[in-house]
Design a protein around this ligand. Structure first.
Ligand SMILES: Nc1nc2c(c(=O)[nH]1)N[C@@H](CN(C=O)c1ccc(C(=O)N[C@@H](CCC(=O)O)C(=O)O)cc1)CN2
Length: 288
């Protein structure tokens, strides 16, 4: 058997085509969406992702504001940038690229952001809204994963899902998304303290691997026909190594390529959050 490819690149291209039209409509009404990025330090992966985000902005017509700070930046220096972006009318949404260098307090920085400009959906108020299942910008990777499954008709309602990795950008927030009434999946959130990882994965109809451990998910751990989404990114000899072994392709029903799967969806859903924030701005301007 050979798995159906969950093509994130192609699906992201469709999302970006729709966003291009919506950005043009916003501009006609006098609003130019603008994405700000705050990158601290010189982590090569983060550099690549932030550069990609600005390329995407240019592609759909979103203005972009890039702030790069050195690895040694202090909490006060990053806070000053956040205050500027909160106040800037050109910036309708922004992100702080994660992870941050160790000297910085990530939670304090996320809390300092204006939740209305939180393009990542990672501000505690927005994550709290997700817990309460009310409207909020959604974290980009989890939202991208749900849309990719829907695009390929992978049943989510009633599915057993094993999410491997409990980080805030993927695993923990994905659990919240998939257990909303609209998705109604049953989620097992696995992590480094999980006793029987293989057992949990083997029961799953959908497996999301976001642990950052190359080839953690082996062929014999996957239920035949399951959908497997590989979020893990490790760089081995300069090449991307995912969390899923290559021969899982022989047993899975659906599989994301990596690269070309979840990554492009993350970036497209970031643009979508920026456009939605600008649309909310435009609606409130036309009401008042
Ligand atoms: N503030 C945030 N920080 C981080 C997030 C996030 O959503 N918000 N997620 C990850 C990194 N990430 C986004 O920032 C991200 C990861 C991967 C890709 C991507 O397009 N990958 C390509 C391959 C690119 C390459 O490495 O050559 C692919 O999968 O095809 C985009 C964004 C952690 N930090």
């Amino acid at each position: 058997m050979s798995a159906v490819k969950l093509d994130g690149k192609a699906t992201a291209a469709k999302i970006k085509a729709d966003l291009t039209t919506r950005v043009a409509a916003l501009k006609e009404r006098g609003i130019t969406p603008g994405l700000g990025t705050v990158l601290v330090g010189d982590d090569p992966g983060s550099q690549i992702y932030v550069a990609g985000k600005h390329r995407d902005c240019a592609e759909v017509g979103i203005a972009s504001i890039r702030v790069d700070l050195p690895e040694t930046a202090t909490q006060a220096e990053v806070e000053a940038v956040i205050d500027e972006l909160n106040a800037s009318p050109e910036c309708t949404g922004y992100i702080v690229q994660l992870p941050l260098p160790k000297q910085l307090d990530t939670m304090a920085l996320l809390e300092r952001m204006d939740p209305a400009k939180d393009a990542d959906g990672l501000h505690p108020i927005n994550l709290g809204r997700l817990v309460h299942m009310v409207d909020a910008p959604l974290p980009c990777t989890p939202n991208g994963i749900v849309l990719l499954l829907q695009e390929y008709g992978v049943p989510i309602k009633g599915a057993e899902v094993a999410v491997v990795g409990r980080g805030i950008t993927v695993g923990r927030s994905l659990g919240l998304l998939l257990t909303r009434r609209s998705e109604n999946a049953t989620v097992t959130l696995c992590h480094t303290g999980t006793q029987d990882l293989a057992g949990h994965v083997r029961r799953a109809d959908i497996v999301v691997a976001a642990a950052g451990v190359p080839e953690l998910i082996k062929r014999d751990m996957v239920k035949p026909g399951a959908a497997v989404l590989d979020v893990g990114v490790s760089r081995v000899n300069g090449k991307i190594a995912g969390d899923v072994a290559l021969d899982v392709e022989e047993v899975a029903g659906f599989l994301t390529p990596n690269p070309g799967g979840v990554g492009p969806m993350t970036r497209a859903l970031l643009l979508s959050n920026v456009v939605e924030a600008a649309e909310r701005l435009q609606q409130s301007a036309s009401v008042s």
